[in-house]
Write a protein that binds this ligand. Structure first.
Ligand code: ZN
Length: 393
């Protein structure tokens, strides 16, 4: 494995800063591409995996550890932060960067996805959503404008619009309603952003449409016509078969405007990242590496390892002999299993470092390969490694 730290340090020398929102395509191979997006907190080299820190921190990790492993952007969630500790509290602390001690770019999700997941706790109309929080049941209202206000208070570099995310098993009629409503909300967001967001904050639009390719194309045309700084595919990895998700990415991502960054929200497994990059997607996030780490599931170049299993009780090997992370450099599987069994919080930290490093290194290697004109051979090696376990797709 190439250590993403090495690659980042060589990419970031002698860069003249461009205005936030500038996006350069630096290399292409078929639909796949490497680029650089500029934000108010510096550049993001793409393709880029974004670790998820719902409350503004990756659970158990010091932001200095994230920097050291080459994380460029972290993801926060406006819904969670609006209620815990409160957007005004974060604003009073100087914004999310200063509050959390993370000085690189932050992308915040609007929180719409979370609110639409509160089954039985929300009521949607064309103006917005009434909901009760899962924290204390208190009643609130979310609109296309209010989610931008929260993200302005948080001071995120990339703000996401409010979209209507239908359930993964939604009927065609439900998906149609969600698409039309998302377009109207996107139009309202573009009208409101100049008075709500601060200069330099970027705003991304979201394309819905389930796995109906015709509807996706139609919605992409509508959202791409609006002056967003980047475009995202939402409503994927919400319960549809992986093959359908992959087919949607392969069909739609190459049709997204070339001159703007492309983001697929909430994916995924290593194979999903391979398909996304191969389809020309620039950015992706997933809670999987950190959440699964805490549950005992570790990703390796030879497949997944369940550290809780008895077979690791006396295993002196690191989690992954090919891994360059600080956990694998020092600790054995037997020790990690022991920490997990004892309920020691150190386990979650060491395991999260490994899993995030694994995802960051995977994407960094493909990014570097694109820029060196070696994408086909590097991608083929990963495909052999991760493709077989993924089933059809
Ligand atoms: Zn490792």
């Amino acid at each position: 494995m190439i250590d993403p730290r090495t690659e980042l340090s060589c990419e970031r020398t002698d860069l003249a800063a461009l205005d936030p929102g500038c996006f350069e395509v630096l290399a292409e191979d078929g639909p796949a591409r490497a680029g650089r997006l500029w934000t108010a907190h510096g550049p993001v080299d793409t393709p880029c995996f974004m670790p998820v820190g719902t409350y503004g921190a990756i659970k158990g990790l010091d932001p200095r550890e994230l920097e050291a492993m080459g994380a460029q952007v972290i993801l926060g969630n406006a819904y969670h932060l609006a209620h815990r500790p409160g957007a005004a509290v974060v604003a009073g602390q100087g914004g999310l960067h200063r509050f959390g001690g993370w000085h690189r770019p932050i992308l915040t999700d609007s929180g719409g996805f979370q609110v639409f997941s509160l089954r039985g706790l929300q009521r949607i109309d064309d103006d917005g959503v009434d909901y009760r929080t899962h924290f204390d049941g208190s009643a609130h209202r979310m609109t296309p404008e209010s989610v931008l206000t929260v993200q302005a208070q948080l001071g995120s570099d990339i703000c996401m619009v409010l979209d209507h995310c239908p359930p993964g098993d939604g009927s065609p009629a439900q998906i149609r309603v969600a698409v039309d409503r998302t377009t109207r909300w996107a139009e309202r967001a573009t009208l409101a952003r100049s008075r709500i967001l601060t200069p330099g904050q970027l705003c991304f639009g979201i394309v819905q449409g389930g796995v109906d390719l015709e509807l996706r194309r139609e919605h992409l045309a509508a959202i791409a016509a609006l002056p967003f700084d980047g475009l995202a595919l939402g409503g994927l990895s919400v319960g549809e078969p992986p093959a359908s998700m992959h087919a949607t990415m392969r069909a739609i991502a190459p049709m997204m405007p070339r001159e703007r960054p492309r983001y697929v929200m909430g994916i995924g497994m290593p194979i999903d990242l391979l398909v996304a990059i191969d389809s020309g997607v620039d950015m992706f996030d997933c809670v999987l590496p950190s959440r699964n780490a805490r549950n005992g599931q570790l990703f390796t170049s030879a497949g997944k390892v369940n550290i809780k299993r008895a077979e690791h009780r006396e295993d002196r090997r690191p989690v992954d002999e090919d891994c360059g992370c600080s956990t694998c450099a020092r600790f054995s599987r037997a020790y990690l299993r022991h920490l997990h069994a004892q309920g020691d919080p150190l386990y979650g930290r060491l395991a999260t470092v490994h899993n995030l490093h694994f995802f960051l290194a995977l994407v960094a290697q493909l990014r570097l390969a694109l820029r060196r004109g070696r994408y086909r051979e590097v991608a083929a090696a990963f495909w052999t490694r991760f493709g077989e376990a993924a089933g059809p797709g």
